[in-house]
Design a protein around this ligand. Structure first.
Ligand SMILES: CCCCCCC/C=C/C(=O)SCCNC(=O)CCNC(=O)[C@H](O)C(C)(C)COP(=O)(O)OP(=O)(O)OC[C@H]1O[C@@H](n2cnc3c(N)ncnc32)[C@H](O)[C@@H]1OP(=O)(O)O
Length: 719
């Protein structure tokens, strides 16, 4: 797991060998300890280089070991031993040096990085802190403010930035190991007194207390309830205020609390879930590893509204040639300007050239004749989409994949409009499409595995986290949102306010509560859908039937707001008031509160006190229940797919692991009991009726979330 060789006569080369990322597993740590001992005891070795095999230095501690009975030599003394060595040790950093990997490098006396390497103390993203001395060494090396920034965000820095910050001593475009060996030869025999970072004083600004107070406030605000970033600040504060050994004690103390926390489990679950969704499967048995994607060189986007523009930018940024089609003159002119602006801003942020020449614009759909893949992003109207798919089917060359960006409509119905339904899949982007990381790839019963594989691969190229899901109304994300939104409205009817509901959800960790989010998305969007579903009945003002539609409880509150022209941020009024149309800061709206009171009076509802717990239980458990139905229906292959969709697409707090993971943490029996309770109280709300799968999982002993897939398979086979 760590190979020792002697190179250039006097350099001991220690190569970490733990594929795929050279994580510091127990065996790898033992390998390093043994190799370091060997290097230090070999009189022919005058200096040492540590590197990783296969072009990656080290992906950090082995996350798979967390939560198990950890054996092998601990990291902290191992790194101390390297730092204490009387022979110079140089880290040769290629690929990545993350978490414990960078901490290992900080224990070395010098660091040489390849220009393409990335470095970071990423532990906070896993609910931890850099507890192999990282919180104590990094501030001593680069100063408190820069260290705080890196440690509390876990962000990756390039080799160039690492050099500028003083994290590495040299950056090279050549082979980093060869350069590190040369470096090691040049420093052999030199004093190491000034090279042991743990002995450095911590450079601090004069008013340390004020600095930490300010940072702590900022971190609390952005952490949305996550505890690790706060512990990171506390650990760095120890570096700034205590001698190294006491700082280390504080680091370990804080880590002990984080290590066993539910948040760390949730974040580590998300890490693996994010990777697991790439290993997709379809009910037909088609899978990621047996389905070959086709290469896409040229793509087209049809419809340059908000979504189409974002998709065109995202495609062009991957280097593809893109044909962007918009048939309406005004929208066409506007879109061209907007798309160029979006690309220029993106390029400026990344310090690259905007890929303006990658896009050709056309007002004629015939322009897509020679593309390999089309993404339709016209207005969300089935008749319009049907027409577009019929046209595409005749215009496009043989074999072109036809994708739709619909957020809810029937992908299979669209496929039926084409000559080759097997080439049709959904590619459901989230707004803004060039920014949001999530992509739902929706397969219908006739979509070919190759079409799914191609859409998944294209999503990956665009830097998206792509999740393959089955075809149903709203797919996974929007289908689960419906019961959540519905409960929020019922809560308002019963006595809650938008402020109370949003407050509870934001305290839970959502970036925006449900009403703020609805104002941002536009209330008219759902109104149109409800009209299409025959749910909106203007004039049905009071009486018991006013709140029953299609045999179930219905709240017309959203429709009533829309009837008043209150569409949210865009009109300056929705569930909140905004300073002017387009403003983003929601303010308390006395009108809305009187409106709610009048509404309740009109419907004979006596407002009651609703607490945060009820808000969370009703909104979240209704959503989770639908998640179980989605699993039961086979629309999502496993809980990880649902959780990743919610974390990346719906701002579900990552430190709570996604809705299905959260349900497992709360306890499935408890979720079931609360759903039964609310369903008894509201029998006319079918979404609250506990799903069979949930009942059966509880009956089978509530297996942990990573065993659900297996349990569902077993339950299915028993049916
Ligand atoms: C006992 C007390 C311990 C004290 C610890 C002290 C403090 C130290 C803590 C840590 O170091 S925590 C770990 C910090 N490391 C990271 O955050 C890095 C995580 N990994 C990545 O960011 C990426 O994997 C990568 C290294 C940039 C490589 O990316 P790439 O896209 O090339 O591959 P992936 O698909 O992401 O990964 C491949 C494969 O490897 C698994 N894996 C990655 N990193 C780790 C790891 N640190 N431990 C265990 N496994 C890891 C990853 O899950 C993939 O496998 P599958 O999930 O697909 O099977």
């Amino acid at each position: 797991m760590a190979q020792f060789t002697r190179v250039s006569r006097s350099v001991g080369l220690i190569t970490l060998q733990n594929p795929p990322v050279n994580a510091l597993s127990a065996v790898a740590r033992q390998g390093i300890v043994d190799a370091v001992k060997r290097a230090l005891s070999d009189p022919k070795v005058k200096s040492v280089v540590i590197c990783g095999q296969n072009g990656i230095f080290c992906g950090g501690a082995d996350i798979k070991e967390f939560g198990t009975n950890i054996t092998g030599p601990p990291l902290v003394p191992m790194i101390h031993a390297i730092e204490a060595s009387n022979k110079p040790v140089v880290a040769a950093i290629e690929g990545s040096a993350f978490g414990g990997g960078l901490e290992l490098a900080l224990g070395c006396h010098y660091r040489v990085a390849h220009s393409k390497a990335k470095l970071g103390l990423t532990e906070v993203t896993l609910g931890l802190l850099p507890a192999a001395g990282g919180t104590q060494r990094l501030p001593r090396l680069i100063g408190v403010p820069a260290a705080l920034n890196l440690i509390t965000t876990g962000r990756h820095v390039t080799a160039a930035e690492a050099l500028q910050l003083g994290i590495v001593d040299q950056v090279t475009d050549h082979n980093a190991v060869d350069e590190a060996v040369k470096f090691a030869l040049s420093v052999a025999g030199k004093s190491l007194d000034a090279r042991r970072i743990s002995t450095y004083p911590c450079p601090c600004p004069s008013d340390v207390d004020a600095l930490f107070e300010e940072v702590m406030q900022k971190v609390r605000q952005s952490a949305r309830g996550a505890i690790a970033p706060i512990a990171c600040v506390q650990a760095v504060r120890a570096a700034a205020t205590l001698p190294y050994s006491q700082g280390m004690e504080r680091e370990q103390e804080l880590m002990a609390t984080l290590f066993t926390s539910g948040q760390a489990r949730a974040l580590q679950y998300c890490f693996f879930a994010q990777r697991a969704v790439g290993r997709w499967s379809m009910p037909s048995g088609a899978r990621w590893d047996t389905s070959k994607p086709r290469s896409i060189h040229k793509a087209a986007v049809i419809g340059l509204g908000t979504m189409g523009r974002g998709i065109a930018v995202a495609l062009a940024q991957t280097g593809l040639s893109v044909v962007a089609v918009e048939t309406q003159e005004k929208q066409f002119m506007e879109a061209k300007k907007m798309v160029s602006g979006m690309m220029e801003r993106g390029a400026k942020r990344h310090g690259t050239a905007p890929p303006l020449d990658k896009i050709t614009y056309s007002q004629n759909i015939q322009a897509v004749a020679d593309v390999d893949l089309v993404i339709e992003a016209v207005f969300e109207d089935m008749a319009l989409k049907e027409k577009v798919f019929q046209q595409l089917s005749t215009i496009c060359k043989q074999g072109t994949f036809l994708c739709t960006n619909t957020s809810a409509l029937d992908v299979d119905h669209l496929a039926s409009q084409t000559r080759n339904p097997e080439l049709v899949v959904g590619m459901h982007f989230f707004a803004p499409a060039h920014v949001m990381k999530l992509l739902e790839v929706v397969y219908g019963p006739r979509s070919s595995p190759q079409a799914v594989a191609t859409a998944m691969q294209l999503g990956k190229k665009m830097g998206k986290v792509s999740v393959a899901v089955g075809n149903c109304r709203g797919f996974v994300g929007n289908r689960m949102l419906k019961p959540y939104l519905e409960q929020a409205l019922f809560l308002l009817e019963e006595g809650a306010t938008p402020e109370l509901v949003d407050g509870a959800l934001e305290e839970f960790g959502f970036a925006l509560g449900v009403f703020k989010m609805s104002d941002l998305s536009g209330l008219d969007v759902g109104w149109k859908v409800r009209k299409g579903d025959g749910l909106v009945e203007p004039g049905l003002a009071s009486g018991p039937s006013a709140r029953i539609r299609q045999g179930r409880r219905y709240s017309p509150l959203g429709d009533l707001l829309c009837e008043q022209g209150r569409f949210g941020q865009k009109t300056g009024q929705g569930w909140y008031r905004y300073d002017k149309p387009g403003s983003r800061v929601p303010r308390y709206d006395p009108w809305l509160h009187s409106f709610l009171e009048e509404y309740r009076t009109q419907h004979g509802i006596v407002a009651r006190r609703i607490d945060q717990q009820e808000v969370l239980e009703r909104c979240l458990y209704a959503l989770i229940n639908e998640g179980f139905r989605i699993l039961e229906d086979g629309i999502a292959a496993g809980p990880e797919d649902i959780d990743i969709i919610y974390v990346f697409g719906y701002s579900w707090p990552r430190h709570r692991g996604g809705p299905m993971f959260y349900a497992s943490m709360v306890g499935l029996a408890k979720v079931l009991e609360r759903l039964e309770h609310y369903h008894q109280a509201h029998p006319d709300v079918p979404y609250m009726q506990p799903c069979n799968l949930l009942r059966r999982l509880v009956a089978s002993g509530s297996p942990p979330v990573h065993k659900w897939k297996e349990a569902i398979k077993k339950l299915r086979s028993q049916l």
